[in-house]
Design a protein around this ligand. Structure first.
Ligand code: GLA
Length: 436
């Protein structure tokens, strides 16, 4: 019997094996806020509520930010008579369930922090050996997101003798404990290669977590932002819908980053399909910071459903060009100026990962400047101020109607293959055909 090619290809797609954690969560990079970068261990219930309210009033929620995550500092150092975790009552007198309800009542989601070690980095109680009990408690709070953070050196705990296999076992134990609660909980692995003594998290995280920190902590300065973007630059093969590299929580709005640096920082995270977890105080942000964070066109690049982490095609550490293929054949391009002087940066349509004809015509949307350039031939150049970025969304205007037909869409899907772990193969996910 003969079936149309489209049906055969669709069947091949749906029959692709999926990994243990492909549970339909985090199909785009998670978006939200975490208390650590701005408040460290000093968050209070009143502040949490103010931030939840700000999420609604500033439009952050409606722009897509959902998870409000309370980081280290919410736990006491001991356990109660029933071996349960104890919330710091001084800072959170109503308890965690009330804060979960507060977030949910406002159309938001609730997240919390715990550790697979005996102690947290602030030397509070860890979940080691209590995974099932603690996961149940988190679920009873209404938790929708768990950051599970490896703490050794920072907490003073001696983890030197903990084997790599044991580190992995502990992360899997909490994954399974969360699953056993029956509550959908996004699992954010913050192991950083620290417990595994330098093993790249992306090599084993895919079946364990929905997102994973790729390195040590970000700080509110330009050098730190750059080094985290750099560290993530060559890890795109590990990211795909349901599992994301996490270059750490955003510092947009913190420290002395200029508006241009904040814009570049946010753009780098968007082109890298990084989780957008804010780290500022959204209840006290300036209009300039808000304008960056709620820009829907920038967010749409991060959240593109193809789920490809963009790559830097040239200019490392200087005049950088990044490309991120988007659903439907469009390309996001980041022109990023890491140098100390303003400069012109150009992308060519036949550049690597662009893959269009050298003389193609394309329509360019300059996102931060809200400017449209129609029919740009061969490429596009922009003057980019020092420590700033121009973020573009580009459509090949030379493409014929055929490219938009079901046939080509179908072929486009077929190249988005996955390996046995359900992880997509980046190279095969780039369009397999050249525009005419
Ligand atoms: C580690 C993590 C940070 C934060 C702190 C809390 O350093 O990497 O993101 O969670 O612990 O103590």
């Amino acid at each position: 019997m003969k079936y149309p090619v489209s049906i055969l290809l669709a069947a091949a797609w749906s029959a692709a094996p999926v990994s243990a954690l492909r549970d339909g969560q985090a199909l785009t990079p998670p978006m939200g806020w975490n208390s650590w970068n701005h408040f460290r261990g000093g968050l209070t219930e009143a502040k949490f509520k103010a931030i939840a309210n700000a999420f609604v009033s500033t439009g952050l929620r409606d722009a897509g930010y959902k998870y409000l995550v309370i980081d280290d500092g919410w736990l006491e150092a001991g356990r109660d008579a029933g071996e349960g975790l104890i919330t710091v009552a001084k800072n959170f007198p109503s308890g965690m369930k009330a804060l979960g309800d507060y977030a949910h009542d406002r159309g938001l989601k609730f997240g919390i922090y715990a550790c697979p070690t005996k102690t947290t980095c602030m030397r509070r109680m860890g979940s080691f050996g209590h995974e099932a009990q603690d996961a149940k408690l988190f679920a009873s709070f209404g938790v929708d997101f768990l950051k599970y953070d490896w703490c050794g050196v920072q907490s003073g705990e001696d983890t030197a003798g903990v084997t790599v296999a044991e580190v992995k076992r502990r992360y899997v134990a909490m994954r399974d404990a969360l699953k056993a609660t029956g509550r959908p909980i996004v699992y954010s692995m913050s192991e950083k290669g620290q417990g595994t003594k330098g093993i790249e998290p992306g090599t084993w995280s895919d079946t364990v977590a929905h997102m994973w920190r790729i390195g040590y902590d970000i700080h509110e300065n330009w050098a730190s932002v750059l080094s985290h973007a750099n560290e993530n630059a060559d890890l795109s093969q590990y990211a795909s819908p349901g599992g994301w590299n996490d270059p750490d929580m955003l510092e947009v709005g913190n420290g002395d980053l200029t508006v241009g640096e904040n814009r570049a920082h946010f753009s780098l995270w968007c082109i890298q399909a990084a989780p957008l977890i804010l780290g500022n105080d959204p209840s006290a942000m300036t209009d300039a910071i808000k304008a960056i964070l709620v820009n829907r066109e920038a967010i749409a690049i991060d959240q593109d459903s193809l789920g490809i982490q963009g790559r830097r095609i040239r200019g490392k550490g200087a005049l950088e060009v990044w490309v991120k293929p988007l659903k439907g054949g469009e390309k996001a391009v980041l022109l990023f100026n890491a140098t100390a002087a303003d400069a012109s940066i150009e992308v060519r349509w036949n550049d690597s990962l662009m893959g269009w004809k050298a003389d193609a015509l394309a329509d360019v949307r300059d996102i931060w400047n809200a400017k449209d350039i129609k029919g740009a031939k061969g490429g596009y150049a922009a003057t980019v101020p020092s420590h700033d970025a121009v973020l573009l969304r580009i459509r090949n205007a030379s493409a014929t109607g055929l490219l938009k037909s079901g046939w080509f869409k179908c072929l486009g899907r077929q190249v988005l293959s996955r390996d046995a772990n359900g992880r997509s193969d980046w190279n095969r996910r780039t369009p397999a055909f050249k525009a005419p």
